[in-house]
Write a protein that binds this ligand. Structure first.
Ligand code: GLC
Ligand code: CA
Length: 559
């Protein structure tokens, strides 16, 4: 297999666009590529080097683009393939790379492969998916698996008296990757986009693509029963090796989405000197510091857990593999509303940015995160567009839980929180669209929180992100230094990076209350170090430490 010639992906910072809510260029209420074009200079100004596009392909939107009806075209909602090429060109001109979302665990039920496949067992596409007869004379689905989004994982098609498998929504039938023809199709898709000039892929739930032979019953869970039989399945590495061979002909970049991943397991896929099949993985462990397994099973925020997870990944991968760093994406509620504080929005927004971007790895920044957007609060389930919010609501209703309790959980955990339109200005609809009504509600805090206001305020989160990304780019220690977590109070997170004789100290408070930070003299003398980043003015040092203000962060560099 072709080997990497360079590891350029390590120096990147990536901006994620969820196109539907980024910027509407033609006034129909839906974000699009015209809108993206108009914001390329803004994106470049952040100091990022790449854009990852959540799916832009034609889709009936059962799962807003993650149900793809045609892999080699662009949705009319977003523009056209021509327009995409223009965006690609204009991005490249500005030194921005483009990363596409590769969603191959499933297609849309409107994809022509599926339309053919459901004509019956003789159709050449039938084996592209998992079709099975029911149990008990056909009355019961083939096994007990449950989908993540929508009840059972099997949908019955009476015309052919068979069920098809969908581990996500009904409109997302799982592809049968064991079929070599399907893998050839995937390689064609990969080539199509690379030939067009894109620079890499974010691979959607890539660790789910190999299902255990015989599709045995799973351990009963409230949702996603059967997951142990398709997460990190038997042929996963083998299939990824096939795809990697194509990808490496182009020296492209890959990041795989990997639910339930641990550092130890990840090394089997991304260890640099052992034939890696991906450059890095998006794990989820650090997004579980305020929930159990899913955002809909809430706990109070647990900083101790968060620190432990970071420590495991930073030390577990150091020198062997590369971390993907993120706090937000289109599947996550806004992080200030979770790990930070809406009351101390600006302070905690800057602290959180520092906390993850100063670690070793490639940082991803999600649209709106750079201006500190927060969760939206909606009073009725009818106002939530996402299939997973709607179905979680229905599930909780069926358990006769009180409405108020349910709506609290939905408001806190819904992916919709991350999908409200980007707030560009204090104009109507936050400047997102000129239409009367955008496709989804703009957060009513837009008059205060928007890009224009942030540009005008030298103390904004936006300007802080720019400073932080510039600092990362100019200092190899941030990218390549090792990582050691310090022993501190529970709500303090402090770590030291070391690189070629330099040391970087990062201190982050997850608390409103005052905490006591002390650096042992044996590390270095704080008064001799340079304070390179902070979120407050007047940063005194007493006894080689300081008492923290709410959500304070400081970064010291000693050369
Ligand atoms: C990934 C995507 C998510 C989608 C799911 C199914 O987790 O990020 O948005 O719903 O896969 O494609
Ligand atoms: Ca539009």
């Amino acid at each position: 297999m072709a080997k990497r010639t360079s590891q350029w992906y390590k120096d990147l910072a990536v901006y994620q666009i969820w196109p539907r809510s980024f910027c509407d260029g033609n006034g129909d209420g839906i974000g699009d590529l015209e809108g993206v074009l108009s914001k390329l200079d803004y994106i470049k100004s952040l100091g990022v080097d790449a854009i990852w596009f959540s799916p832009l392909y034609p889709s009936p939107n059962a799962d807003y683009g993650y149900d793809i009806a045609d892999y080699t075209d662009i949705s009319k909602d977003y523009g056209s393939l021509e327009l995409f090429k223009k965006v690609l060109d204009e991005a490249h001109k500005r030194g921005l790379k483009i990363i596409m979302d590769l969603v191959i665990n499933h297609t849309s039920d409107q994809h022509k492969w599926f339309q053919e496949s459901k004509k019956g067992p003789d159709n050449p596409y039938h084996d592209y998916y998992f079709w099975r007869k029911g149990r008990k004379g056909g009355k019961k689905p083939p096994n007990n698996w449950l989908s993540t989004f929508q009840g059972g994982a099997w949908e019955y098609v009476p015309e052919i008296d068979e069920y098809y498998l969908h581990v996500f929504a009904k409109g997302q039938p799982d592809l049968n990757m064991d079929n070599p023809k399907v893998r050839e199709e995937v390689k064609k898709i990969i080539r199509f986009w690379l030939d067009l000039g894109v620079d890499g892929f974010r691979e959607d739930v890539i660790t789910f693509i190999s299902k255990k032979e015989g599709l045995p019953n799973g351990f009963p869970l409230p949702t996603a029963t059967g997951i142990e039989h398709y997460s990190n399945g038997p042929h996963l590495r083998e299939y990824l090796e096939e795809f990697r061979a194509v990808q490496m002909e182009y020296d492209c970049f890959t990041v795989g989405e990997a639910p339930m991943m641990t550092p130890k397991k990840a090394l089997k896929f991304i260890k640099e000197d052992e034939n890696p099949v991906l450059d890095m993985m998006f794990h989820f462990q650090h997004m579980n510091a305020d929930n159990i397994m899913t955002n809909f099973v809430r706990t109070p925020f647990r900083p101790g857990y968060l620190k432990k997870v970071y420590n495991n990944w930073q030390t577990g991968l150091y020198g062997k593999a590369w971390n993907a760093l993120y706090l937000e994406n289109h599947d996550q509620p806004r992080v200030i509303s979770r790990y930070g504080s809406e009351k101390y929005r600006v302070e905690s927004g800057k602290m959180l940015a520092t906390m993850y971007i100063c670690q070793s790895g490639t940082p991803f920044i999600y649209q709106g995160q750079e201006i500190g957007m927060t969760n939206i609060h909606l009073d009725s389930i009818d106002r939530f567009p996402d299939v997973s919010s709607v179905n979680t609501y229905a599930l909780m209703k069926s358990l006769h839980l009180p409405e108020k309790f349910i709506m609290n959980i939905i408001n806190y955990g819904a992916r919709d929180n991350g999908r409200t339109p980007v707030q560009w200005s204090a104009e109507k609809n936050g400047g997102f669209t000129t239409a009367d009504k955008p496709w989804f509600e703009v957060n009513p805090n837009y008059p205060e929180i928007n890009v224009e206001a942030a540009e005008a305020d030298p103390n904004s989160i936006l300007h802080y992100y720019r400073k932080l990304l510039k600092f990362r780019k100019e200092n190899e220690i941030v990218r390549y230094g090792d990582f050691r977590m310090m022993k501190t109070e529970r709500k303090l997170f402090a770590y030291i990076r070391r690189y070629e004789g330099q040391k970087l100290l990062v201190v982050c408070s997850f608390a409103e209350e005052e905490l006591n930070f002390r650096l042992p003299q044996s590390e270095f003398d704080l008064s001799k170090a340079e304070l390179v980043l902070s979120n407050y003015d007047f940063n005194q040092v007493v006894h080689n430490g300081f008492f923290t203000r709410p959500y304070e962060t400081r970064v010291y560099l000693i050369k």
